[in-house]
Design a protein around this ligand. Structure first.
Ligand SMILES: [Zn+2]
Length: 194
């Protein structure tokens, strides 16, 4: 993931929208440290009302800002013989642990395009997406992950983001060293489909 999962959520501005303010939840407040630290309305500088982690509202000027989970696109590349290509992550979160290539969507590309681009950037192969494996999210996390199965005929290479790359037969997958809960869940869903 190029940008890492430390991002503070995607901000969406909708001026003038009136939404009820909910009671702040201590459980989810830490989901949005950027909102926690905001003292002033981005438009007029007045003190805004906050509804952590989801929104900010300024009664002085009507500005409303919503924060949403960020979509992450990923591909599980498979070789012609069905091996599954995984990488050891070069950076935290999950440095040294196994996952498949993926990262944040850029504006101007589709989810599928982002999955192909991240795969090219991280392990230097072009992939053809074959099907959706699943969508993975939790209320306690800032990202939602969309995972595709993909095929490739190219040989992967290592990068700073992926200092180790290896093709596994399904029986040899390193289940005890997966980077994220969603890595394990998506790989299980991938194999259950067969
Ligand atoms: Zn304002």
């Amino acid at each position: 993931m190029r940008a890492g999962v430390r991002d503070t959520g995607q901000a969406t501005a909708r001026a003038g929208v009136d939404r009820p303010i909910r009671v702040a939840s201590a459980l989810v407040a830490s989901l949005n440290p950027a909102l926690d630290e905001t003292q002033h309305c981005p438009r007029c500088g007045a003190t805004p009302a906050k509804d952590p982690p989801r929104s900010l509202r300024c009664d002085a000027c009507g500005f409303v800002l919503f924060f949403n989970p960020k979509p992450v696109a990923a591909a599980i590349p498979r070789t012609a013989s069905g091996e599954i290509i995984l990488l050891r992550r070069g950076f935290d979160p999950g440095q040294g642990l196994w996952t498949f290539p993926g990262g944040f969507l850029d504006l101007g590309e589709s989810v599928e395009e982002a999955a192909r681009r991240e795969t090219r950037e991280e392990i230097c192969i072009d992939v053809e997406i074959t099907r959706l494996v699943g969508v993975y999210s939790k209320a306690t996390e800032r990202v939602m992950l969309v995972v595709y199965e993909a095929t490739t005929t190219q040989e992967p290479e290592t990068t700073d983001e992926a200092p180790t790359v290896q093709a596994f037969i399904p029986a040899d997958l390193p289940w005890g060293e997966m980077a994220f809960w969603s890595t394990t869940a998506a790989l299980k869903d991938l194999l259950d489909h067969r």
